[in-house]
Design a protein around this ligand. Structure first.
Ligand code: SF4
Ligand code: SF4
Length: 380
């Protein structure tokens, strides 16, 4: 049965969210958010790339009452994570949010504390936590709960933290008071993120094509990165902060680096470490665990192709034919050809690797590399 509540219960809930450590909190109704049709149109247009679970879970994602039948309200929370840009020792880049402890754990633990506190105080009986990748239009509900305003980069902006905050949701059976007005602020005439995106993934204000987004390609895509995007990925080995870094909102947000720390596997790490390291357990508790070793090494190879060095070349040659992952061998061939095409030894090594490659997909990728990276340059 739904808990009856009201303004007092709402105030207490938001206060409790602050007590457990959230920077932002607000309430949205437990119903499809106003921009649910926009999400469905995005899916129908195929902008979700390989994120097939979004299409499979469409009904539950759109309607939170399918996630918790007794749900009446959604307590949306935000945890800021602004910190200086994070670079590997050799210039490789990691999205700022991913440099420290995995936010899924941090936000999830705080949400659990909040849920137990509200249950202890009799404000809530049934509840369900959602942190990212869960079946919920988090950003839409957070906008309805006035945690921030939707931006042209398709994220949410907060006047103090800009785009630098994580979202979490607690669907509860209590009837709480939703935010009475949306958060103040807008992108106005700015379009810095659209102009700065190196892949043109922001198709129009508020619409990002996942397949062209470096974040999707380096985190979610388990297969080869499309050749056409590889050069634009530059030094990014996990995620991409470009559209957030150019955003004028949140430029004066506090340095909260100590809040999530730096994961021990990233301390003094280089792209070469990411390429050669085969110990998945070192990444426990880090967001970089998600793409697993094959994805991390693939990303590192591509980045090494974009920031050439002698040591990078030697490391790529070391995995070119012997790495047990076809994904890594194929990416290494591209990186070597892209960065060292004028080196005769490297050319021969890539051509020999193509001849010997036993995996059909990797062979097709290497053939494409030879055609696009090693073809004679036009003199016209
Ligand atoms: S994360 Fe990077 S690639 Fe993706 S939309 Fe933003 S700037 Fe473009
Ligand atoms: S860079 Fe400009 S257009 Fe893009 S999200 Fe920020 S304010 Fe909006």
């Amino acid at each position: 049965m739904a808990q009856s509540a009201g303004v007092g219960a709402t105030e207490r809930t938001l206060e409790a969210a602050a007590e457990v450590g959230f920077d932002l909190a607000g309430v949205a109704p437990c119903a499809p958010p106003p921009d649910a049709p926009r999400f469905e149109a995005w899916l129908d247009a195929g902008h979700h790339a390989g994120l097939d679970y979004l299409a499979a879970e469409r009904a539950r994602i759109v309607d939170p009452r399918r996630v918790l039948a007794a749900g009446r309200s959604i307590v949306m929370v935000g945890l800021a994570h602004s910190r200086p840009a994070f670079r590997l020792a050799d210039g490789g880049r990691i999205a700022r949010y991913a440099a420290g402890r995995d936010y899924h754990n941090v936000v999830g633990e705080k949400l659990l504390k909040l849920a137990r506190l509200l249950q202890r105080e009799g404000l809530v009986r049934e509840r369900r936590r959602v942190v990212d990748a869960g079946p919920l239009l988090e950003r839409s509900h957070a906008a309805r709960a006035a945690l921030g305003f939707p931006s042209k980069a398709a994220n949410l902006l907060h006047p103090e933290f800009g785009p630098w905050f994580f979202l979490g949701a607690l669907i509860v059976d209590a009837e709480l008071e939703p935010a009475s007005a949306p958060a103040a602020g807008s992108c106005g005439s700015c379009r810095a993120c659209i102009d700065a995106c190196p892949t043109g993934a922001i198709r129009e204000p508020g619409l990002v094509d996942a397949g062209d987004c470096i974040s999707y390609q380096t985190i979610e895509n388990p297969g080869p990165v499309p050749h056409a995007l590889r050069g634009s990925i530059a030094a990014w080995a996990f995620g991409c902060d470009i559209c957030s870094e150019v955003c004028p909102w949140g430029r004066s947000s506090p340095d909260l680096g100590a809040r999530f720390g730096t994961h021990r596997a990233l301390e003094a790490a280089t792209l070469i470490d990411l390429l050669l390291d085969r110990d998945d357990t070192r990444w426990n508790g880090s967001p970089l665990q998600r793409p697993k070793r094959a994805g991390r090494a693939r990303n590192a190879a591509i980045a090494l192709g974009n920031v050439p060095s002698d040591r990078g070349r030697d490391a790529l040659l070391a995995v070119l034919t012997v790495d047990h992952e076809p994904l890594v061998r194929e990416a290494a061939a591209w990186a070597l050809a892209h960065a060292h095409r004028d080196d005769g030894g490297v050319r021969n090594a890539v051509l020999a690797a193509l001849e010997r490659e036993p995996d059909g997909d990797a062979r097709a990728g290497m053939r494409r590399t030879v055609e696009t990276e090693l073809a004679p340059r036009s003199t016209v």
